[in-house]
Design a protein around this ligand. Structure first.
Ligand SMILES: Nc1ncnc2c1ncn2[C@@H]1O[C@H](COP(=O)(O)OP(=O)(O)OP(=O)(O)O)[C@@H](O)[C@H]1O
Length: 273
């Protein structure tokens, strides 16, 4: 089995006040390997987004829990060197959100939105004199933007200058995916990337993720969805959540053909694709 890139151990998360605590994650463990696509599925409110945000260092779990840890490529996001681990994870991860129009600046053409993560990397290179990687020039950034747009099957000539207002939801989501993958991230979080997209365009989003994986086979993807049907074509491993707990997980084929939990059977019956 390939290397573990992300791991979460005994994650507890409580919202609310001390008088009215609401525990939304009850000691959850999750492991993601290099190159693997893990889908986290379950009903609305089951804790999928909270768990995956914690896994990507975007939210903090309850502290003072025995056995608690969150690690990226072996580095703990919780311990003494948490800052370095968070910085590394931020640099080496990409995120795709549910609504592409909220993640793209409406004043910018697609080319600029897709280029921005590399522009920011170039600024960081200038500040930190990072000599371990070649300095990005304008031509390298333009080429990377064209490559990323091609990966998601958008013609760079046409889309470089297209504004979000002139895109369909599916096209805008593919631009958002191009933006998320341009840095060749090690880990990609996609939170309900298809639920705001009409059913006809979903296949293009699936194709976009598939070609992003082909281009960067070591990249791990964590995909959140409430719909098993949507993720079955992409996921290698499915994790089923119910009321803040993982009730079942396993390789996609095995889980879909031989579900062990009643709730997994319900999800399979309700799947849309
Ligand atoms: N910032 C917050 N403050 C208080 N409660 C929260 C907060 N964020 C999430 N919750 C609660 O935590 C629970 C889990 O939410 P979460 O968004 O992780 O679930 P989910 O499975 O991703 O649901 P959905 O599919 O609707 O996004 C829900 O009951 C939600 O109301």
């Amino acid at each position: 089995m390939s290397d573990v890139v992300l791991e979460a151990h005994n994650i507890v998360k409580t919202y609310g006040s001390s008088r009215h605590p609401q525990v939304v994650l009850h000691g959850v463990d999750l492991t993601v390997h290099e190159g693997e696509c893990v889908a986290v599925v379950g009903a609305s409110g089951s804790g999928k987004t909270t768990l995956t945000r914690i896994l990507f260092g975007l939210d903090a779990p309850d502290s003072h829990v025995d056995g608690l840890d969150v690690r990226y490529e072996g580095r703990s996001l919780m311990g003494d060197h948490a800052h370095e681990a968070h910085d590394l994870l931020r640099m080496q991860s990409g995120i795709v959100y549910q609504n592409p129009f909220e993640s793209l600046d409406p004043r910018w053409p697609a080319g600029r939105s897709v280029a921005e993560p590399l522009q920011l990397r170039r600024i960081a290179q200038r500040h930190h004199h990072a000599h371990q990687e070649p300095m990005l020039d304008d031509a390298a950034i333009a080429q990377a933007v064209a490559d990323a747009l091609e990966t998601v099957a958008l013609d760079p000539q046409e889309f470089m200058w297209r504004y979000p207002v002139d895109m369909s939801g599916g096209q805008a989501q593919r631009v958002a995916i191009a933006r998320a993958i341009i840095k060749q991230p090690h880990v990609l979080l996609a939170d309900e990337p298809m639920s705001a997209i009409d059913v006809a365009a979903r296949i293009q989003i699936i194709d976009a993720f598939e070609s992003a994986r082909k281009r960067n086979p070591n990249m791990a993807i964590v995909m959140v969805s409430h719909d098993l049907g949507v993720v079955q074509q992409l996921a290698d491993h499915i994790v089923v959540m119910l009321d803040g707990r993982i009730v079942e997980q396993g390789p996609t084929e095995e889980l879909l053909h031989n579900p062990q939990h009643d709730y997994t059977r319900e999800l399979i019956a309700a799947a849309t694709m």
